[in-house]
Write a protein that binds this ligand. Sequence first.
Ligand SMILES: Nc1ncnc2c1ncn2[C@@H]1O[C@H](COP(=O)(O)OP(=O)(O)OP(=O)(O)O)[C@@H](O)[C@H]1O
Ligand SMILES: [Mg+2]
Length: 369
Amino acid sequence: MSDASPAAVLEQALAGVVDPELRRPMLELGMLKDIRVEGATALIRVVLTTPACPLKDRIRSDIEAAVIGRVPGIQTVDITWDANVTSTRGLPGRQEIAGVRNVLAVSAGKGGVGKTTVSVNTALALSLTGARVGLLDADVYGPNVPIMMGITAQPEQGATNRISPLNAYGIKVMSFGTILKPGQPVIWRGPMLAKGLREFLYEVEWGELDYLVVDLPPGTGDVQLSLAQSVPMTGAVIVTTPQDVSLADVSRGIEMFRQVKVPVLGIVENMSGFVCSHCHQTTDIFGSGGGRELAEKYSVPFLGAVPLDPRIRLGGGDGQPLMAAAPDSAVGAVFREVATHIAGRVSQENFASASGPVMPSGPRIPLRS
Ligand SMILES: Nc1ncnc2c1ncn2[C@@H]1O[C@H](COP(=O)(O)OP(=O)(O)OP(=O)(O)O)[C@@H](O)[C@H]1O
Ligand SMILES: [Mg+2]
């Protein structure tokens, strides 16, 4: 060992550092790059599977523990953080969308539970971590994304005859709402809707995206089923509210995605308690905890509980979503937590699909109680 170069000794010491999420040696996974020694400093570039990784502190301390005091002469570790989001590949019968690494569906058993709110704010939270994010409003029955994102423009034909998505808050957006005239009745049926959606997915110049969030129409009928079957989804997020935690609705949703082999990334409970802005006491107006119980019952991760907050409704109505207006608020922190859970689940699912199921796909960081 004493004959080896300092960088080789350092690399050997790093061989035991395990990714806390994927539970494999980071070196083996190609996540530790440009390993060098300069004087008493070890320099390492850490390539995460998502910029939304909340485990940087843990990874840093694991690396320091493996190196300092173990590699002769090294006193400090200098980490450069980098990310390369993994992608879902090879889903049979599903055409990949050029440049789009992951498609995430946001779904709910019924309308009005906050599907669009969760889609918009999660997309923004992912984007705030540095990820490249798109948002597709596929809810032809109630395409509310343009209103929530403050979009009034119409999409235009791009250079290559493909449609250029709109841009809001650094996110690329497409919505049925931008092509339907106000008040125009929606008479599209399943196959037609699926065709329209395919156009949005494949004819739009999305460019390079780490995550494309899709706000699906509510319910679990034929329309949703055909969308879930034809679109190459990395996974689905199911939104519910405490009072709507009708076992039947959520279990139908989970069953539908399982049937078409789309992993359920987890459950978000929305409108989970009301935090008084004066006394900061939480009142469980509709009850709470049902989402977590459901997640346990169906062995899917619980992704977070979003409280009722008037700013969510006001911001949504004004075209300034909460994650744009108040990302550092308490409820903003919840959306960031939901986004990091989702990003972590995406990394896990992509890893599992590339290498076979090697780990339990539970939540990656301790959840709020
Ligand atoms: N946590 C929350 N706190 C306060 N208001 C909320 C919250 N979540 C959603 N809302 C409000 O509730 C209404 C319904 O939310 P949203 O439009 O996101 O639901 P949806 O499931 O997409 O509904 P639809 O089925 O009509 O598409 C909106 O006015 C939204 O601003
Ligand atoms: Mg909606």
